[in-house]
Design a protein. Structure first.
Length: 191
């Protein structure tokens, strides 16, 4: 867990209050947590401060699938894990979640999944930032002479930022597994 994890917010959504409270208690040690005991309550609790949402699929009144759809349609940029007793089926292929955890789930599994989702979010953000910087460099390279580029302090700073971000991406990448890379590249192609 990084120092930033303590400032990140996790929303736990489950219609079983004891289970939702247990997950929140597990996460309280290192994260800001919010709890919602159903889909409608989750929608009300959701805002741009949520970094990770853990959502039960089967809930009365509003399913976890509907909560997930609302999150994605409103454009919130957070990581979502479905934490559910529903065994995955082919219907999950088109769903916009980032992880799928089948209950019962142990404390260590939940903490590892949340940590992994934070790493994915970091990687996504760093990759977008790098792409933007590299695009700026490419625009300058096509329009400026080699002499203009080499004499520009702003261009040298841009190069240094690109190099630093590449190093940061490499560090974050060591925290991810091959499934995480697939998710990151899928998200990048969606943007």
């Amino acid at each position: 867990m990084t120092a930033d994890d303590a400032t990140r917010t996790v929303l736990v959504v489950d219609d079983e209050p004891d289970l939702a409270d247990l997950y929140a208690a597990w996460l309280d040690e290192g994260h800001e947590t919010r709890v919602a005991y159903g889909g409608n309550e989750a929608i009300e609790a959701f805002d741009e401060d949520i970094d990770v949402a853990l959502i039960d699929r089967l809930m009365p009144e509003m399913s976890g699938d509907e909560v997930l759809r609302h999150i994605r349609e409103t454009g919130y940029d957070c990581q979502v894990a479905m934490v559910t007793a529903v065994e995955p089926d082919f219907d999950i292929i088109e769903m916009g979640f980032d992880d799928y955890l089948v209950k019962p789930i142990l404390r260590d599994e939940l903490l590892a999944a949340v940590s992994n989702l934070f790493s994915r979010a970091d990687y996504d953000s760093q990759l977008r930032d790098l792409y933007a910087l590299v695009s700026k460099r490419a625009a300058l390279v096509t329009q400026k002479s080699e002499e203009e580029l080499s004499s520009s302090e702003e261009y040298r700073e841009l190069e240094a930022r690109i190099e630093a971000l590449q190093s940061e991406l490499d560090r974050t990448a060591t925290e991810l597994d091959s499934d995480d890379f697939e998710v990151a590249f899928r998200k990048l192609s969606e943007n």
